[in-house]
Ligand binder design. Structure first.
Ligand code: RIB
Length: 302
């Protein structure tokens, strides 16, 4: 069976400390707990799409260390096709140092490790996976040239191409926009992409309009508890977020992207797919950790 959703992206081991608050510069803070959890934006989105009903394949790199084996196994446990997940000799696996505070907010530092060595050729070799896909997803935790190659190849094959521009420090290369069917930034990413402040629905509309003017067809700005703002040629639509008591927001955006992609891949109309992704993300924030927090389809059935 062809994987309907193919993710080209990162795998990280998340080293997660919980503390009352995030440390200030120069401060040593006593934490409350520590856990080692499989994560990485690419792998999280692959797991979300798989748990939420899609056949999924992943293209990415791990290092030749114990974390690499665990990260690969975590995907295999979800029946994700890992033929495209390579082990890089002499390199560590990607790492994410995460602090989560009492209000469920986090701060994250990533060390790319093997993710930094994912080259366009690594994707080219698995072109058959892209050919069989309905939906192709990228993020920005692997080299830009690999993202650029994948977006362009996805467009050439006529696939639905999603870019979650995370993490993001500035505008994207202008020639990327025309290859993207759905650009899905959060508030801070939308701000970094456009240089416009994004704090609420009105400012999200302004940022989405700017991004659409650069050639991307559909923009979904995720706004946390304020929901999501969808912009396309017809205009704007606001999707309010389900109200939940958050425990840990890590991977909420990834759960949204993976859930949205899984729904699109089975032919769900895009508005319904957004609402489905939101329900999945809302459930994920009520649980700790990246991949452990991602719900299964059965948990979302009414
Ligand atoms: O989006 C959450 C993810 O960001 C974490 O799992 C961490 O690995 C970083 O990539």
């Amino acid at each position: 069976m062809h994987a309907k959703v193919v993710v080209v992206g990162s795998l990280n081991m998340d080293l997660v400390a919980r503390a009352q608050r995030l440390p200030r510069a120069g401060e040593t803070l006593a934490g409350e707990s520590f856990a080692t959890v499989p994560g990485g934006k690419g792998a999280n989105q692959a797991v979300a799409a798989a748990r939420l009903g899609a056949a999924v394949a992943m293209i990415g790199n791990v290092g030749d260390d114990a974390y690499g084996q665990q990260l690969r196994q975590a995907l295999l446990d979800e029946q994700i096709d890992c033929q495209g997940v390579a082990v890089c000799a002499g390199v560590s696996s990607g790492l994410a140092l995460i602090v989560v505070d009492a209000s469920s907010q986090n701060s994250i530092v990533i060390i790319p490790g093997g993710n930094g060595q994912l080259m366009p050729e690594s994707v080219q070799v698995f072109d058959v996976l892209l050919q069989g896909a309905e939906v192709i997803i990228c993020q920005l935790e692997v080299p830009a040239q690999t993202v650029a190659y994948t977006l362009e190849r996805g467009r050439a094959l006529g696939k639905t191409v999603i870019l979650n521009p995370a993490p993001c420090t500035g505008p994207l290369p202008l020639n990327w926009y025309g290859a993207i069917d759905y650009l899905i930034p959060n508030e801070s990413e939308a701000q970094a992409l456009t240089g416009l402040p994004v704090t609420d629905l009105a400012s999200a509309e302004a940022a989405a309009s700017h991004l659409r003017s650069l050639g991307v067809k559909n923009v979904i700005v995720t706004l946390g508890a304020q929901g999501a703002l969808f912009a396309n040629a017809q205009g704007f639509k606001h999707f309010p977020a389900p109200v939940v008591q958050p425990v840990d927001t890590t991977a909420a955006g990834d759960t949204f992207v993976g859930g949205f992609a899984a729904a699109l891949a089975r032919g769900t109309e895009e508005g319904e797919a957004i609402a489905f992704g939101q329900r999945a993300a809302a459930l994920s924030v009520t649980r700790a950790g990246a991949q452990p927090s991602i719900p299964y389809l059965a948990e979302l059935q009414p």
